[in-house]
Design a protein around this ligand. Structure first.
Ligand code: 13P
Ligand code: SF4
Length: 304
């Protein structure tokens, strides 16, 4: 089947089955051609919570589909490729979080949505890269535990007065390996370019940014800016979407390693197979889901 036929067949099945497709900003660009909603983790979880569809096909990674299932337990949630995991989410499990909590008794726990359902169930509130600062602030606590991402936790602390954010040791391999030298090299080539950074990057990188934000926030800031050149310090999918949407502007990807290989496991064929065969259905243990939902809903209400 060629691309046009694939897209037609997917759109037809979407109608027949009352399904929607949610696509993360790092997804292969072709997926946007069939996606109903495309954006960052926060935007997509909001769409998952409010949709009337019977089936949600999540073109993202495992924790995103799991979060959609927790928010909409009565719906069928499909992840088109079960190998689409997140290396950051795998950095902490529920037992490790319990130990971390025992080391800091009474300190509230913020968990980045890039985590498993059982880690969310052990946390007080979730956050995404779009709202981490507000979520930490909302706890009104002098100390906060933050898992699994040490960089996002440190970034939130740097933006707030009087809160100590005690971070776990996790990180995203795609962002963690970006260095200040990478930025300096690109700045020498494009001195007038604005530096747009995702907060999963180390502090030495975020401090060199003109703008720090989630993938959707970066895209919005670029579209609203009068600048013409941007160094994009996050995953390649953001550059591809910006090149598509803003042909009059120039985008420089920070380095060619900035690719989330598990996101890229999903192609149009996988979406078609997901709709044809109801695969792969994501399920979450009911007790864990109920506890995790509290942490997710608390986050959603903070930013309502
Ligand atoms: P967003 O919050 O921008 O969707 O980022 C999610 C993510 O996995 C970044 O690596
Ligand atoms: Fe996970 Fe990193 Fe991929 Fe985001 S870019 S989904 S944090 S591995």
């Amino acid at each position: 089947m060629d691309k046009k036929e694939l897209i037609e067949k997917i759109n037809q099945l979407k109608k027949e089955k009352n399904a929607i497709i949610l696509a993360h900003t790092y997804q292969n660009l072709e997926i946007d051609e069939v996606a109903d909603f495309s954006g960052d983790s926060l935007y997509l979880s909001r769409q998952a919570a409010k949709t009337d569809a019977d089936i949600i096909v999540f073109a993202g990674v495992y924790f995103m589909a799991e979060t959609a299932k927790i928010l909409s337990p009565q719906k069928t949630v499909l992840l088109p490729n079960l190998s689409a995991g997140c290396a950051m989410a795998d950095k902490i499990n529920a037992e490790q979080l319990k130990t971390f909590k025992q080391q800091h008794p009474g300190v509230p726990v913020v968990c980045y949505v890039n985590s498993t359902a059982d880690v969310k169930a052990e946390s007080d509130v979730c956050c995404t890269s779009a709202n981490a600062i507000n979520v930490v602030k909302s706890l009104n606590s002098k100390e906060v535990l933050f898992v699994p991402d040490k960089h996002l936790g440190a970034y939130a602390e740097s933006q707030l007065e009087g809160v100590k954010v005690i971070t776990y040791s996790g990180y995203c391999p795609v962002h963690h390996t970006i260095t200040p030298e990478d930025i300096e090299r690109k700045k020498r080539l494009y001195p007038d370019a604005k530096v747009m950074v995702h907060p999963e990057c180390p502090a030495e990188v975020t401090t060199k940014a003109d703008f720090v934000g989630s993938t959707t926030a970066i895209i919005k800031a670029v579209k609203e800016s009068s600048a013409k050149k941007f160094i994009i310090v996050t995953e390649k999918g953001v550059v591809q979407r910006l090149e598509r949407d803003c042909p009059d502007k120039k985008f420089i990807l920070i380095n060619e390693r900035a690719i989330c290989s598990t996101m890229k496991l999903i192609h149009l064929e996988d979406i078609l197979n997901a709709l044809l065969h109801n695969q792969y259905e994501i399920d979450v243990d009911k007790q864990i889901a109920q506890k995790a939902l509290k942490a997710i809903n608390r986050m959603i209400s903070i930013n309502a």
